[in-house]
Design a protein around this ligand. Structure first.
Ligand code: SAM
Length: 217
């Protein structure tokens, strides 16, 4: 992972966010809502702008920060995003309205492991962004990958989980250690899939980018 001074350097290099985005970042800080780290966000947007997905599925809306950033960066894209926490979902709807991104973003309330049938109506997706319960990544991946178009991207956040995936022995916190072990298993499973090309980028909390291979690859 990058040293803190390098992270600070990269953060201050990014263009100042617009007032709505800055307000969401402030809200997330004040209410302790986990949203994507700003430097990972820039990497994700760069990858998506290059791939130009028309339909994106996000698992884990929180307050809508990453969905709104994707919508603003990709004005032609349609984004379906799923959140199971009622208060965060309502807050996301509020910000989607405030930023006039409702034409692009459809927020779905529910557990991503249970709402698959509703979401399938919008498929195929050109990109799937997994940013929800860290112990469930493999289940999210296998549940939603049939909805992915050939050549589509699956992006998983937090795959280095505070660096704990590389720790040899449990530290003081058993809960975090258990999550780290699950993410480690996910990373191994993901890297072993030969129907996807995957790279793990050590930015923010670790971003895995997987591209589904086409028939001829
Ligand atoms: N992607 C958001 C962003 O960067 O703005 C941050 C998402 S936050 C890290 C993870 C969210 O996933 C939480 O709000 C949590 O309630 C939600 N979540 C966790 N497991 C879920 C599940 N099985 N179905 C739907 N939402 C889930």
């Amino acid at each position: 992972m990058l040293p803190n001074d390098v992270v600070r350097y990269l953060q201050q290099l990014r263009p100042a966010p617009d007032p709505d985005i800055a307000e969401m970042e402030r809200y997330a800080r004040e209410h302790r809502v986990p949203i994507m780290d700003p430097v990972s966000m820039e990497v994700l947007l760069f990858v998506l702008k290059t791939a130009r997905p028309r339909r994106i599925l996000e698992i884990g809306t929180a307050i809508g920060y990453s969905a709104i950033r994707m919508a603003k960066a990709l004005p032609e894209a349609r984004i379906v995003t799923i959140e199971r926490d009622r208060e965060r979902y309502e807050r996301a709807r509020f910000y989607i309205g405030k930023t006039n991104t409702g034409r692009q973003i459809e927020a779905v309330f529910g557990d991503a492991l249970a709402v698959g049938a509703d979401v399938a109506a919008v498929a195929p997706f050109d990109a799937l962004f997994i940013d929800a319960a860290k112990g469930q990544y493999e289940r999210f991946f296998t549940l939603y990958e049939p909805l992915l178009a050939e050549g589509g991207l699956i992006i998983s956040d937090n795959v280095l989980f505070k660096g704990l995936v590389a720790a040899e022995a449990p530290g003081g916190n058993k809960r975090l250690w258990n999550i780290a072990k699950k993410i480690r298993r996910y990373n191994e499973w993901l890297m072993a899939r030969n129907d996807y090309d995957t790279v793990i980028i050590p930015v923010g909390d670790g971003l895995a980018i997987s591209k589904k291979r086409g028939e001829r690859e």
